[in-house]
Design a protein around this ligand. Structure first.
Ligand code: SF4
Length: 260
């Protein structure tokens, strides 16, 4: 995130509910806290990146196209981000208070159907909110913030929080794909099954309650499907990682030749 030249400091939201439901999650009774996906600019000029660990996924991101770019939808997601950036304590208090409401009893809250945990402070705030939430309220997410979770979540996770690492990020290499729950996005169900993953299409909660190799068929967005081709998010990221390693090696070789 960069500072704005003119930074507005809006007060905490006066809207009735912070948590929303999109059509897919509503069908499952899941509430959602969305952020604007990846990089953008707020109306006051500040730039942001809510997915700092995004890698190959950023060019195939369903949340950067279609209805997520409708001006009212993007504005609502940016309003969420602004609350966190400008009035973090008020946001945390308001979220904690809202979760006391009976409409969240025995419900799941999905953190980010777009965006991710973009800073240690933001993730830590959510961990406090989860620990203070009433019994019966449960939280889950997909995340590419592997290092942040290793440090801040894995040593002592809240009892009401489950997560699923998702491939296509710059920290994929930190994951043990044989042992750790993770999600992989394939062009379709056929490729998903061939690779030995379990389809989570039936319920988003399978990401955290189903088998640990979570397969997601890519959204049927023609130009993104074309761009993805036969690859998965994870295989595209491995190719990017290999290219980067080669580039670094070439630079190191050149530096060595110049020095000798
Ligand atoms: S991390 Fe998720 S929301 Fe962010 S760019 Fe990647 S796919 Fe999109």
């Amino acid at each position: 995130m960069t500072d704005a030249t003119t930074t507005k400091k809006p007060s905490a939201s006066s809207r009735k509910w912070l948590l929303t439901q999109n059509s897919q999650l509503r069908a499952e009774g899941i509430f959602n806290w969305p952020l604007p996906a990846f990089a953008g600019r707020l109306d006051d000029g500040r730039t942001y990146n809510t997915c700092p660990e995004a890698g190959a996924c950023q060019k195939l991101c369903y949340a950067r196209v279609g209805s997520y770019r409708f001006s009212n939808v993007l504005a609502a997601h940016q309003r969420n981000l602004k609350m966190i950036l400008d009035t973090p304590q008020e946001w945390e208090q308001q979220m904690a208070a809202e979760l006391q409401h009976k409409r969240y009893r025995d419900k799941w809250i999905r953190l980010h159907d777009s965006g991710d945990f973009f800073s240690d402070a933001y993730l830590s705030a959510w961990l406090r909110i989860m620990r203070g939430a009433p019994e019966g309220v449960r939280f889950y997410c997909y995340t590419k913030s592997v290092d942040r979770f290793r440090r801040l979540v894995e040593p002592d996770p809240p009892a009401n929080f489950l997560w699923c690492y998702s491939l296509g990020g710059t920290q994929d290499h930190l994951l043990d794909l044989e042992k750790e729950r993770h999600a992989e996005v394939f062009p379709g169900t056929e490729e998903l099954e061939e690779a030995g993953y379990s389809d989570q299409t039936e319920s988003d909660l399978l990401a955290v309650l189903g088998p640990e190799r979570v397969g997601i068929p890519a959204n049927r967005i023609p130009h993104l499907l074309k761009r993805q081709g036969k690859e998965s998010f994870g295989s595209l990221q491995r190719a990017l990682d290999a290219q980067l390693a080669e580039k670094k090696q070439r630079a190191a070789d050149r530096a060595f030749q110049l020095a000798t």
